[in-house]
Design a protein around this ligand. Structure first.
Ligand SMILES: Cc1cc2nc3c(=O)[nH]c(=O)nc-3n(C[C@H](O)[C@H](O)[C@H](O)COP(=O)(O)OP(=O)(O)OC[C@H]3O[C@@H](n4cnc5c(N)ncnc54)[C@H](O)[C@@H]3O)c2cc1C
Length: 315
């Protein structure tokens, strides 16, 4: 089955949105690493998304979801299958759960987390200030249970709307979902469409002050201006950290890995749990550096680091 066949199938059915062939993943990841993916689609509505899934299922073509690619390491070689981007699903609206104290928000998966922060800042809604500076889309943040400074997305969730591979939409209430550090029990074959969240009513001035405070802290400790995928490794279980990636970063630093380099990938000298693309980095070099750092940390303190970044394709 070729990309053209898929295009034909999609055009015969209802598909609104863009379809790209051999699209470089490097253009869709914050690391700027990744070879071409066979097909990339940008459905503009749930019916179009459903038709992609049905066409792919029928032809047994693998599909995977990409958010803003800020936690993704994509392989250097051609990646088989269909990458689905929900960037057209970007609405943020008030829900009926809003009352004197709380505000309910419906947030679609493709809404950049920064847009949600700006909305909350303008209206004076509190509860997500600590996420300031986390890039990516809301769907990616739910999938990763993103967080910072002790706060996590799970803390504000009420329910999540997902689509399964048959195109059925299912609403999952918060008590049916289990979240842990940078992960959830949501299976990989469920696509997050949107979620309802609840925030507290506050004043725009106070919310803005707290957002600024968290952003300042983040800018001081993390290399936000260079191409990275955020924290490469999860904090080891049992080691507490108030700050994202802090404990893993401290171990990597103490093991003497800051500044280590393979090809154009370097362990950041600002925050050791960030690996930076210094130019024309390749996935295979990134993975070599991950293995070298992991081995050094293991030798240094016996801890086995687990990756936080998600890896797609082969290097
Ligand atoms: C400079 C920088 C700073 C960062 N700081 C932090 C931080 O402080 N805290 C933190 O937690 N993270 C941080 N990150 C990591 C990253 O920004 C978050 O994990 C973010 O939530 C990922 O969102 P994304 O849209 O980019 O997801 P992607 O990287 O595109 O995808 C991540 C995973 O989510 C899945 N996914 C994405 N969207 C959906 C969907 N709609 N349905 C189902 N699955 C989906 C993908 O398949 C993939 O497995 C940082 C990254 C960078 C580059």
């Amino acid at each position: 089955m070729s990309g053209k066949d898929v295009k034909e199938i999609l055009e015969k059915g209802l598909f609104r949105g863009e379809i790209k062939f051999d699209e470089p993943m490097a253009a869709h990841t914050s690391l700027k690493i990744g070879g071409p993916v066979e097909i990339m689609v940008f459905p503009e509505d749930p019916v179009s998304l459903k038709n992609v899934l049905l066409a792919a299922g029928k032809e047994k073509i693998p599909v995977f979801i990409i958010g803003a690619g800020t936690n993704l390491l994509a392989g250097d070689r051609k990646i088989k299958g269909i990458a689905i981007s929900l960037k057209a699903f970007g609405n943020i609206e008030l829900t009926r759960e809003t009352n004197d104290k709380n505000v309910g928000l419906f947030v679609e998966a493709g809404a950049p987390l920064g847009n949600l922060l700006n909305f909350a800042k303008k209206e004076g809604y509190s509860g997500i200030e600590a996420f300031a500076g986390i890039p990516g889309f809301f769907g990616g943040a739910v999938s990763m249970n993103a967080g910072s400074f002790g706060a996590e997305i799970k803390d504000v969730l009420v329910s999540v709307a997902v689509m399964n591979m048959d195109g059925e939409i299912i609403i999952l209430e918060r008590d049916k979902l289990r979240f842990s550090y940078r992960s959830s029990n949501l299976p990989d074959d469920l696509i997050i469409l949107s979620a309802n969240i609840v925030l507290r009513k506050d004043s725009p001035e106070d919310v803005t002050k707290r957002i600024k405070k968290f952003l300042r802290k983040k800018r001081l400790t993390q290399p936000l201006g260079e191409p990275s995928a955020g924290c490469v490794f999860k904090n080891p279980v049992g080691i507490d950290s108030y700050r994202e990636g802090d404990a893993a970063g401290r171990l990597i630093d103490a093991a003497g890995c800051k500044g280590m380099r393979v090809g154009d990938v370097e362990v950041s000298t600002v925050h050791a749990n960030y690996f930076i693309n210094k130019g024309r980095a390749a996935c295979k070099d990134f993975i070599r550096l991950m293995n070298a750092v992991k081995a050094k940390v293991k030798r240094y303190c016996g801890v086995t680091l687990e990756p936080e970044i998600r890896i797609i394709g082969k290097n």
